[in-house]
Design a protein around this ligand. Structure first.
Ligand code: ATP
Ligand code: MG
Length: 337
C-alpha cells in the first residue's frame, strides 16, 4: 500500500465502499511532484464534467431516446481541442496502466457493446494505443462454439477476465446473451437448456445473473466500465455505404451486418432493457455518442482515466530489505567500473 494510501485506509472501487468520492475528483499524490496525470487532470476537468451526461448508474427510467448519437458536447469542446485532449488522454492512460500493473491490486474490465460500424474496433485501437500490451488483453466475443454452448453463459466470460494489475477489454461480451440471443430466439434453442428454464423469465434471469456477476467482480477488485457506442441508424447507413464504396474497406463489410440492421428496433429495445437492468455505481454504463468518432474516443478515454484516477494508484513502496538490496546492487555495479 502506498504512503498516502496507508494514512487514509484502503481505496475502494467506485460505489462499493466508504471511500466514495465525487466523480472526477482526483487527488494529487503527495509523494509526487506535479506529474503528467496532474497536468492532464486539469485539462481534462471539463471532460470529466461531460462524462456525467453519458454515465448511467441507476437504470430506473432509463430511455435510450434521451441520448443523442450526434452529441459532441455542443459548444463546450472544439474538434482540434478534443484531438489534443485525446492524445494527452492516451498518454495519461498509459501512465495509469503502468501504476495499475506495478501495484498489482486492482484490475479493470472495459466492455464494449454496439451495433455494427459504431466504431468499437477503432475506439479500442486508438484509446489503448499508448498502453503497454503486456498489461492488456482484448477479447473479441463471437458466436459461441460447442464447448462454450455446453456451459452456462458466463463460463467463457470468466475465463477471459483480466487478472489483477491488468486491463481487460471485451469487444462484445456476455451482454450478447441478452441482445443477439434475445433478438434471434433460435440462438437460445441452440443452447440446449431445459425447456422449463427458457420461458418468458429467461431474459430477466440473465440480466439478474449479469448484475450479480458484476457486483461480485467489483467486490473482488475489478473496476467494471461498460460502453454502449450509440450510433444512429442513418450514420450506420453512411458507414456501410463507405465500406462498400472503398475497396480497402470491403473486408469490413459482411452481408450479415445488413441482416442485423433490419432488426434495429429490436436491438434498441434489448439494449435499453439491458442497460436499465445492469447499470450501477460499481458497474456503470456509458452511453457514448458514436456518430462522431473523435468524440466517442475522447469520452471513452476520459471515462477510463477517471475510473483509474479514483483508485489513487501508487507504486508499491520498498521494504527496508529491498532498499538495502538496491544499495548493494548499486555498489557492486559501481565497483566493477
Ligand atoms: P466487426 O464486424 O467490426 O469485425 P464484430 O464484433 O461485429 O466486429 P463479427 O465477427 O462481425 O464481429 O461478429 C461477431 C458476431 O458474433 C456478432 O454478430 C455477435 O452478435 C455474435 N455473437 C457474439 N456473442 C454471441 C453469443 N453469445 N451468442 C450468439 N452470437 C454471439
Ligand atoms: Mg460485425
Amino acid at each position: 500500500m502506498g504512503k498516502h494510501a496507508s494514512k487514509r485506509g484502503k481505496a475502494q472501487p467506485p460505489g462499493t465502499g466508504e471511500d466514495e468520492r465525487p466523480h472526477g475528483k482526483h487527488r494529487k499524490s503527495r509523494d509526487e511532484t506535479p506529474s503528467m496525470i496532474d497536468t492532464l487532470h486539469l485539462s481534462l476537468k471539463r471532460v470529466h464534467k461531460l462524462l456525467d451526461a453519458y454515465r448511467v448508474e441507476h437504470g430506473k427510467g432509463f430511455r435510450l431516446k434521451h441520448y443523442d448519437p450526434g452529441d459532441t458536447a455542443g459548444r463546450i469542446l472544439g474538434k482540434p481541442d478534443a484531438n489534443a485532449l485525446l492524445a494527452e488522454g492516451v498518454h495519461v492512460l498509459a501512465d495509469l496502466q503502468e501504476k495499475l500493473y506495478a501495484q498489482d491490486r486492482w484490475a479493470m474490465l472495459c466492455v464494449f457493446q454496439a451495433m455494427d460500424a459504431a466504431g468499437k474496433d477503432g475506439t479500442i485501437k486508438h484509446v489503448m494505443s499508448g498502453v503497454n500490451p503486456q498489461g492488456v488483453r482484448v477479447t473479441s466475443f463471437k458466436a459461441p462454439g460447442p464447448e462454450e454452448l455446453a456451459h452456462d453463459f458466463l463460463w467463457r466470460t470468466e475465463r477471459a477476465l483480466p487478472p489483477r494489475g491488468h486491463i481487460g477489454i471485451f469487444n462484445r461480451s456476455h451482454y450478447e446473451e441478452v441482445l443477439v440471443v434475445r433478438v434471434h430466439p433460435d440462438l437460445l434453442e441452440r443452447q440446449h437448456l431445459p425447456p422449463e428454464l427458457t420461458g418468458k423469465h429467461v431474459w430477466r434471469n440473465r440480466l439478474d445473473s449479469i448484475a450479480a456477476f458484476e457486483t461480485h467482480l467489483a467486490h473482488q477488485g475489478t473496476v467494471v466500465l461498460k460502453f454502449f457506442l450509440n450510433v444512429s441508424k442513418e450514420e450506420q447507413r453512411r458507414r456501410f455505404l463507405a465500406r462498400l464504396d472503398e475497396p480497402g474497406k470491403h473486408w469490413k463489410f459482411s452481408a450479415s451486418d445488413l441482416a442485423e440492421r433490419a432488426f434495429w428496433d429490436d436491438y434498441q429495445s434489448a439494449y435499453e432493457e439491458a442497460i436499465a437492468a445492469t447499470a450501477s455505481p460499481h458497474a456503470p454504463w456509458f452511453v457514448v455518442p458514436a456518430d462522431n468518432k473523435w468524440f466517442t474516443r475522447l469520452v471513452v478515454v476520459a471515462a477510463m482515466i477517471e475510473a483509474l484516477a479514483r483508485l489513487d494508484l501508487t507504486l508499491p513502496p520498498l521494504t527496508p530489505e529491498q532498499e538495502g538490496a538496491l544499495a548493494a546492487a548499486r555498489a557492486a555495479l559501481a565497483a566493477e567500473g
